[in-house]
Structure formats: structure tokens, C-alpha cells
Write a protein that binds this ligand. Structure first.
Ligand SMILES: Nc1ncnc2c1ncn2[C@@H]1O[C@H](COP(=O)(O)OP(=O)(O)OP(=O)(O)O)[C@@H](O)[C@H]1O
Ligand SMILES: [Mg+2]
Length: 362
């Protein structure tokens, strides 16, 4: 077949997108088609962030080109994923980032608290929604365990007012339960509580809402993405093999078509330990570079490596997160992580023009 744009489009008309159930040409998903000599290039829009799906569509298009125009023709396809906004956004909230892990106790809440404060330090309005069904720890880390959200009338509707600490607006499942009372949150209860925290709370001008998730891949994750549109997820892991295996499962879950939340990157926590009296020594207690190596292997950005530092634990327990200790090495680790999160989130917003873009100029 002669190599021209009409024939290329006609050949691509045989490539079906199984997600959208039509061919890529009818869907208008082929853009910027160029033919230069023996080289075909075009952008292919895919309405999914799943790597597997993107690869499958790319392969199908390459194959159609080779079958119709022969193997001497080269084909360069730029696959762009544009995930449609699934659910309604939360009024007053621009960007929602979930903080997740596979394994428990790897530092999600510590990362959530410190990243939230780091973003606030840069001038953003930040909220935390603590959705940990097993043990909401954000109220402890912000020293607000005794507080409960007040209520107020907003245009005739009764809304909750988030609890505020160090400038961060906080809602937590912990505010709805008695301290030290074990609560078995069941699926429907969790979904309802989560929706209340999102939609029955008076959020005002929030640039970033961080959602601290329970470990694993449970119902709450599904409830979260079904309740509202989550912009991205940050995965926290320790370098340990068992944690890495679990975080891989977590990343796979975010890629599932019914979840479909892009993973912004991986934070390797407890990456090493340096005792105060031996500042040049690094002890790799949970293994070395597990998170870093995984990030390279699966092509997900490494947001940062955070060592095991006694003051991080103490600060969390004392209800005053470590990043608030200015000009310390601890502070520097978190500040670098916050900068990388902002950079990656900005990049992501550019890739997906349909999402609300946070002004990065503050
Ligand atoms: N880099 C660190 N250095 C020292 N201690 C840390 C560090 N990161 C987390 N911790 C401590 O480890 C414990 C677990 O951390 P955290 O509660 O943040 O984990 P999590 O993933 O939220 O746990 P869970 O799965 O129970 O929600 C806490 O006591 C915390 O203070
Ligand atoms: Mg936690």
C-alpha cells in the first residue's frame, strides 16, 4: 500500500481500543500524523494510565503499520494518556494526592504530616484527610486527639469545620471515634465517613489535600477513587523485600482500570540509620536501596530516600512533626521530598490538561 496519510489512517482504522470499544481513528485518538520519507509518526491518545494498556495500543498500531506498509517503514508513536475526570471534585479543593503503601508501619502518616507542613511552608493551603481505618494517627502527630470538628452553617447547609494545627486543615476518622476504643470500620461505614469528610466539610481554597490511607489494597482505596477524583498517589515503602513486594501490589492496584490513579513516585523510608555519635556511618537495617532499585526497575520516579532518624519518631509522638525543626538535616530531607513532589505533580498536570492546575507560582 502506498505510504500516505489517507492510507495510514485507513490502516489505523482497524485498531480497536478495548477500553473505548471503537477504533482509534473514529475516536479521534490519532493526532499530529506526520510522514517523512519512510518514517511515520503520530500521537496516540489513550484514555487510561495503565502501562499495560498503553503498551498494548502502541503495539497494535505498530503492527498495523508494518502489515500495511512493510517492515522497511519505521513508526514512532507518542502515547499520551488522558484519563477522563471520573467523579465530581470536592468544592474548595484543587488537587488530591493519596499517600499509600503496601505494608503497614512504613511511614505513610509520617510522610503525610511532614509533606503537608512542607507544602504549607511554601505558601500553599493544605489539608489532610486521615482515612486510616485501623489506627488514625494524624491527630496524634498533630497533637489534636482531644479535638472534634465544629459545625457551621454554610448557605443553609450544615458543614463540619476541619480541625486546624500548624496551619493544616485536618479531618480524621479518629475524630469520629472514642480514643482507645477499637472500631471495626466496615465497607459501607467507611465509604460514608469518607464522603462526609470530603463533601460535608467546609473546605476553603485548599491547594493540596493529602489523603493518608491505611496499608494494603482494601475497600477504602476503591471507596476513595469512587468518591472523588484523586490526582495521584505517592507510595511509601521501606527497602525491605517484604515491603517492596507489597508496594508492587499497591502500585498494580492503582493501575487497575476501575481505580486508575497515576503513581507520582516512591518514597523509600527508613533507608538507612546513622547514629548521632557516628555521623559518617550508614547502617542499612532494612536492606539497601530497595525502593530506589524498584523505582528504576518499574520506571516510576524515586521521590526520595529518608533515613531512620530518632527525632522523626519522637517528633511524631510528641505531636509536632520533624519538619518543623528548622535548619536540621531532618528538615532538609523532607524539604527535598516536598520539592520533588511539587515538581512531579506539576509535570503530571501538564501531561493531563483536563485536571485542575494548581498555580505553582506562589
Ligand atoms: N524516617 C523515620 N525515622 C524514624 N522513625 C520513623 C521514620 N518514619 C516513620 N517512623 C516511625 O515509625 C512508626 C510508623 O510510622 P507511621 O505511623 O508514619 O507509619 P504508617 O505507614 O502510617 O503506619 P500504619 O500502616 O500503621 O498507618 C512511627 O512511630 C513513626 O514515628
Ligand atoms: Mg498511618
Amino acid at each position: 500500500m502506498e505510504l500516505n496519510s489517507t492510507n495510514v489512517l485507513s490502516a489505523l482504522g482497524s485498531v480497536l481500543d478495548p477500553v473505548e470499544k471503537k477504533d482509534v481513528v473514529t475516536l479521534g485518538n490519532v493526532k499530529e500524523l506526520k510522514i517523512e520519507g519512510n518514517k511515520i509518526s503520530f500521537d496516540l491518545i489513550v484514555k487510561s494510565a495503565a502501562l499495560q494498556h498503553k503498551k498494548r495500543m502502541e503495539d497494535a498500531c505498530s503492527f498495523a503499520m508494518e502489515r500495511n506498509f512493510g517492515s522497511e517503514v519505521t513508526c514512532e508513536i507518542n502515547v499520551i494518556s488522558k484519563v477522563p475526570v471520573k467523579e465530581e471534585g470536592i468544592p474548595g479543593v484543587k488537587t488530591i494526592i493519596a499517600i499509600a503503601s503496601g505494608k503497614g508501619g512504613v511511614g505513610k502518616s509520617t510522610v503525610t504530616a511532614n509533606v503537608a507542613l512542607g507544602l504549607a511552608k511554601k505558601g500553599y493551603n493544605v489539608a489532610i484527610v486521615d482515612a486510616d481505618v485501623y489506627g488514625p494517627s494524624i491527630p496524634i502527630m498533630f497533637n489534636v486527639t482531644d479535638e472534634t470538628p465544629a459545625s457551621m452553617d454554610v448557605n443553609g447547609v450544615n458543614k463540619m469545620v476541619p480541625v486546624e494545627a500548624y496551619g493544616i486543615k485536618i479531618m480524621s476518622l479518629g475524630f469520629f471515634t472514642e480514643p482507645n476504643q477499637p472500631v471495626t470500620w466496615r465497607g459501607a461505614m467507611v465509604t460514608k465517613a469518607l464522603k462526609q469528610m470530603f463533601f460535608d466539610t467546609h473546605w476553603v481554597d485548599i491547594d493540596f489535600m493529602l489523603v493518608d490511607l491505611p496499608p494494603g489494597t482494601g475497600d477504602i482505596h476503591l471507596s476513595l477513587v469512587q468518591s472523588t477524583s484523586v490526582s495521584s498517589a505517592i507510595m511509601v515503602t521501606t527497602p525491605q523485600d517484604v515491603a517492596i513486594a507489597d508496594v508492587v501490589r499497591g502500585i498494580e492496584m492503582f493501575k487497575l482500570p476501575n481505580i486508575n490513579v497515576p503513581v507520582l513516585g516512591i518514597i523509600e523510608n527508613m533507608a538507612w540509620f546513622t547514629p548521632a555519635e557516628l555521623p559518617d556511618n550508614k547502617y542499612f537495617i532494612f536492606g539497601k536501596n530497595g525502593g530506589k532499585d524498584l523505582a528504576e526497575k518499574i520506571g516510576v520516579p524515586l521521590i526520595g530516600q529518608l533515613p531512620l532518624i530518632q527525632s522523626v519518631r519522637e517528633a511524631g509522638d510528641a505531636g509536632r512533626p520533624a519538619i518543623l525543626q528548622e535548619s536540621t538535616s531532618v528538615n532538609k530531607y523532607f524539604v527535598d521530598i516536598v520539592d520533588k513532589v511539587l515538581m512531579l505533580q506539576e509535570k503530571r498536570e501538564k501531561e493531563l490538561p483536563h485536571t485542575s492546575v494548581v498555580q505553582m507560582t506562589k
